[in-house]
Design a protein around this ligand. Sequence first.
Ligand code: AHG
Ligand code: MN
Ligand code: MN
Length: 349
Amino acid sequence: MGFCPTWQRPYLWKKGFEMNKTVTLQEFIMDGQAAFPFVSGQLTRLLTDLAIGAKIVNHQVNRAGLAGILGSTDQVNVQDEQQQKLDVFADRTFLRILSAGKSVAGIGSEEREDFVLCGDEGKNGKYVVLIDPLDGSSNIDVNVSIGTIFSIHKRTTPLGEALTDEDFLQPGSHQVAAGYILYGSSTMLVYTTGTGVNGFTLDPAVGEFFLSHPGMSFPDHGFTYSINDALLARATPAVRSFIEGCREATEPAFRARYIGSLVSDFHRNLIHGGIYLYPSLINKPEGKLRLQYECAPLAFIAEQAGGQAEDDSGRILDRKPEQLHERVPFYVGSRHLLHALKACRQAGS
Ligand code: AHG
Ligand code: MN
Ligand code: MN
């Protein structure tokens, strides 16, 4: 993918770079740190480590058909889902890199029952990471885009003490950073530290992420809805009525798009406008998606990009997790679509 100069221009003007200067992820992160002279640099290190993990996983994703890494293992994870070989590879890669980096005290992974303590029993690093190492596992074997989602919190227990469950059970509103990596037609890393959302595209020839999408924002008026249609009969009346409304709209008409990889569906809607829904179901009121590894980080990004993210009762970021692997219904996207969904809820339909 080429880098669009009109995307780069506002950022470059602001920072006073020469117009033809490309900005690497590393430069961008360091720049962010320089704005806060008294910070320790641990978050910078952590984000850099995530980018390294992304490049390693990306390499493996790109050659999956050759590397004997397609297909499933004979294991199921704590979610009772069949683990794919790439799920395991991505999980091990990110855990290895993050644990070695000294800024992370503990990691909760979708693929592991319990959190993992880093270094000296998690007494030293400043941050706690929650990660969905490989999102969209069912798409691995068919060469469809997949992703990684991460969420970063500051530890709540004092440095020097062992971490507790509470460090891992903080509401999404406490996140200091969140992001995703999309292994798609090009590989992108998109993240926020609470001051807007920026996207970086990997140039595979030089192995570097470059700023390609500064200041990403959800268009207020999207016309794409993304839901697994096969679930609709078991969804809430409000969700069914909302989807009916989308189907009936003509000026303009809606498009239905569902890849089945949350990262990819979210990314497309972030760029073009739209809504993603994984609803509460009659036989599964909590839906499918995991609050800590999927919904809270994408909710943080969505809000930073001017969008919204809710469950059936309110803002995802206000929800305090009770368990590490908690599931939650998830509706995320452009503001006016979230308002329309809420109106369906309030109408009691
Ligand atoms: P994961 O691969 O991390 O388990 O996540 C899969 C998720 C998400 O990526 C996707 O949007 C959703 O599951 C698809 O679920 P359905 O097949 O039920 O539609
Ligand atoms: Mn996932
Ligand atoms: Mn996953």
